[in-house]
Design a protein around this ligand. Structure first.
Ligand code: ATP
Ligand code: MG
Length: 311
């Protein structure tokens, strides 16, 4: 059974310049225990999608569609029920641990708070559990460091603390949004390794624009462009044989594959191109691509691609 099943998810933001179509008709599933990578360039709608799942978008956002989690539609839950889901069943690890951690409280007391709030653990067992959690995320001298303030932690340690905090409520789904952004290469690798390990029996939506990171810890990868999912495939298939011209272009733009950028720039989300949203930048575009919006095609092996080339 799928842990998470997103159908026809659309997020619109009314602005003075017009309606920003941040995500369009997103269909995406995450299986139990699966790590799904969500990649795409800056502004493609990755964070909006993550926030929409947890209903953390600003109030003026118009959200349509269905987000089914363990059978329930999250978008129709009462706020009070949603708060329970948010704390206990789905947690988000954010891009910037420095702003997510409260600077005036010790790291330990912040994790303790999660345990008491969501797990109903009493103070003494909470203390013990916090140290266990810090050990689990490989913070050395955990029983001492538990009394440190966030500023006493390095960037990598703060990220580990964030992961410990996410694990405190023992969620079934973790949404990690660029968790390794700004960390140096060695620390990044360690954090990725840790994330892979701690999500062994959990599901994770791993949001990043770094394909290499996603490839390291995700079984499948979804590629997002201008608010749409253009391709979903098993990680090896996506790397070895990308089906969508955008995915291919994205791969070719990586340093390891020649640094050849995709020509042109991404579209305005207020004034999206007709037909395929990628067609103005696509070397394979034909007349139909300008005229019609390509549906998501189901290819064998569970692969999906939104491109007329494969029709
Ligand atoms: N509250 C808002 N009002 C209007 N537009 C918004 C709002 N929040 C996000 N957007 C727009 O939605 C689009 C998608 O943003 P999002 O933050 O999801 O991109 P992203 O893929 O996460 O990018 P990055 O890789 O830089 O984090 C952007 O064009 C952004 O400007
Ligand atoms: Mg983002």
């Amino acid at each position: 059974m799928s842990r998470l099943e997103i159908s026809n998810l659309r997020v619109l933001f009314p602005t003075d310049d017009g309606l920003v179509k941040a995500t369009n008709d997103v269909d995406l599933g995450i299986e139990e225990g699966e790590n799904l990578g969500l990649i795409g360039e800056s502004g493609s709608g990755k964070t909006v999608l993550g926030m929409a799942i947890l209903r953390l978008l600003p109030k003026d956002a118009r959200v349509e569609g269905v987000v089914r989690f363990n059978g329930r539609d999250l978008l129709s839950l009462r706020e009070e029920e949603m708060r329970r889901v948010r704390g206990r069943e789905i947690v988000m690890i954010l891009q910037n641990p420095t702003s997510a951690l409260n600077p005036v409280l010790t790291v330990g007391s912040q994790i303790e708070e999660v345990l008491r709030l969501h797990k109903g653990v009493d103070k003494r067992s909470a203390r013990k559990r916090v140290v266990e959690l810090l050990k689990m995320v490989r913070i050395r001298d955990a029983s001492k460091r538990v009394r440190d303030y966030p500023h006493q932690f390095s960037g990598g340690m703060k990220e580990r603390a964030m992961i410990a905090m996410a694990l405190a409520s023992d969620p079934t789904l973790i949404i990690a949004d660029e968790p390794t952004k700004g960390l140096d290469v060695t620390v990044k690798r360690e954090i990725l390794k840790l994330l892979k390990e701690v999500t062994e029996r959990k599901s994770m939506l791993f949001i990043t624009h770094d394909l290499a990171s996603a490839a390291e810890i995700c079984e499948r990868i979804a590629v997002m462009y201008a608010g749409e999912i253009l391709e979903v495939a098993k990680t090896e298939d996506l790397l070895d044989d990308p089906l969508h011209p955008y995915t291919e272009g994205f791969l070719n733009s990586l340093p390891s594959r020649g640094l050849k950028p995709i020509r042109g720039i991404g579209p305005s989300l207020i004034d999206l191109p007709h037909g395929c949203k990628f067609h103005p930048r696509c070397d394979h575009a034909t007349e139909v691509c300008m005229r019609e919006h390509p549906p998501m095609l189901q290819i064998e092996d569970g692969r999906q691609v939104r491109c007329f080339l494969h029709a």
